[in-house]
Design a protein. Sequence first.
Length: 109
Amino acid sequence: MSERPTIAANEVKLIVFACEAGMGSSLMGANQLKKMVKKAKLDIQVIHAPVAQTPENADVIVTHQSLAAQARASFPDTVILQFMLFFGDPTVKGLVETLKRGEDVVSSI
């Protein structure tokens, strides 16, 4: 098995909170992540997009576990973090903490 994609914290400029298609819970989850990034004073853009419309320049893709395989198929070399809960998921909080510490972000899949 190959190594999971990794990116240095200082190279992360765009995080995409990727959803299936809609705007419901995932939009609120994306806004929660935006607030966490802003509060941490990180110079990183966070956007919300359907997995199928994720921009090619995404540095980190945060997506529900049910969409992780689809994201991986489209972005084989991009860091992808999968979560289970749209609110308060430890993966999302952990991403912000990792970036604040300046540590490498390692894909969960």
